[in-house]
Design a binder for this molecule. Structure first.
Ligand code: NDP
Length: 237
C-alpha cells in the first residue's frame, strides 16, 4: 500500500532525490523547504498526488503548523526523512554565535522538532519509519566544520536514543551518514583535491544516497543504525 512520506529538505539535493525515489515507488510525498516556489516545482515534477509546503524547521510553531497541514492534505504520516541542512564552514575562532545557532537549530533542533511532530501520527497508527541525514564529518571530525560536525554528531546520538524510545510502538529510527555528494551544498568545494582521499575516487550522487535512505525506511528489522554511504571515505580520514 502507498505510504504518506514527509521529506524535509525535499526541494533540492539529497532530499529531492529521496522524494523522487519514494514517488517512483507509488508513495505520496510532502516536499518541505523554506522556499515554497522551489518546493512546489519539485513536488509538481513528481506528479499530481504530491504536495509542497513551506516550513522553517528551526521554528517550532512553523513545524507544528506544517505537520498538521500535511495530515489534513495527505493523512497519517508513515515515513519521515530529515534532509534539511545548512553549513557555515570556518574555523571556530572565526565563527560567530549567529552561525553556530543557525547550524544547530536547522540541523539538530529541526530534526528533533519534525520527529516529535511526526511521532504523534506514528504513535496513533503504531508504526512508521524515520531516517535522519548525518554526515561523515560528524563521525570523523573536520577542521573548519566543528559546529556543523557537532550538529551531525548530535544527530547520531539523538537517532540511537529515539530508536530505543519508540521501538515498542514498531517505529524505527535510523540515520544515513553521507560523505561528499554533488549538491548545492558542495558546489564551492575543491572537488579535485577531495576526491583524491575518497577510495572510490569520486563524489556521490544524490540518487545514490536516496537508495540507502529508502532501504532503511523499508527494511523492517533495522533500527538505531547509522549507515555510512561515503565511497569509503571513512577509512581514509
Ligand atoms: P542542499 O543545500 O542541496 O539542500 C538543502 C535542503 O534543505 C533544501 O531543500 C533546503 O530548502 C532545505 N532547508 C535548508 N534549511 C532549511 C530550514 N531551516 N527549514 C526547512 N528546510 C530547509 O543540501 P544537500 O542535499 O547537500 O544536504 C542534505 C542533507 O545532507 C543535509 O542535512 C546535509 O547536511 C547533509 N549532507 C550533505 C552532504 C553533501 O556532500 N552534499 C554530505 C553529508 C551530509 P530551502 O533552502 O528552500 O529551505
Amino acid at each position: 500500500m502507498d505510504k504518506v512520506c514527509v521529506v524535509v529538505g525535499g526541494s533540492r539535493g539529497i532530499g529531492k532525490a529521496v522524494s523522487q525515489l519514494l514517488a517512483q515507488k507509488g508513495h505520496r510525498v510532502a516536499v518541505i523547504g523554506r522556499n515554497l516556489d522551489v518546493a512546489t516545482t519539485a513536488a509538481n515534477s513528481l506528479g499530481a498526488s504530491h504536495v509542497a509546503l513551506s516550513c522553517d524547521v528551526s521554528k517550532e510553531d512553523d513545524v507544528m503548523k506544517t505537520f498538521k497541514e500535511i495530515q489534513k492534505k495527505l493523512g497519517s504520516i508513515n515515513y519521515l526523512v530529515n534532509a534539511a541542512g545548512i553549513n557555515r564552514d570556518g574555523l571556530l575562532l572565526r565563527t560567530n554565535s549567529e552561525d553556530m545557532v543557525s547550524q544547530l537549530h536547522t540541523n539538530l533542533l529541526g530534526s528533533m522538532l519534525t520527529c516529535k511532530a511526526a511521532l504523534k501520527s506514528m504513535f496513533q497508527q503504531q508504526g512508521g519509519a524515520i531516517v535522519n541525514i548525518g554526515s561523515i564529518v560528524g563521525l570523523k571530525g573536520n577542521a573548519g566544520q566543528s559546529v556543523y560536525s557537532a550538529s551531525k554528531a548530535g544527530l547520531v546520538g539523538f537517532t540511537r536514543s529515539l530508536a530505543k524510545e519508540v521501538a515498542g510502538k514498531q517505529i524505527r529510527v535510523n540515520i544515513v551518514v553521507p560523505g561528499f555528494v554533488h549538491t548545492d551544498m558542495t558546489a564551492g568545494v575543491n572537488e579535485d583535491q577531495l576526491k583524491k582521499i575518497i577510495p572510490l575516487g569520486r563524489f556521490g550522487e544524490p540518487h545514490e544516497i536516496a537508495k540507502a535512505v529508502v532501504f532503511l525506511l523499508e527494511c523492517p528489522y533495522i533500527t538505531g543504525h547509522a549507515l555510512v554511504v561515503d565511497g569509503g571515505l571513512q577509512h581514509t580520514i
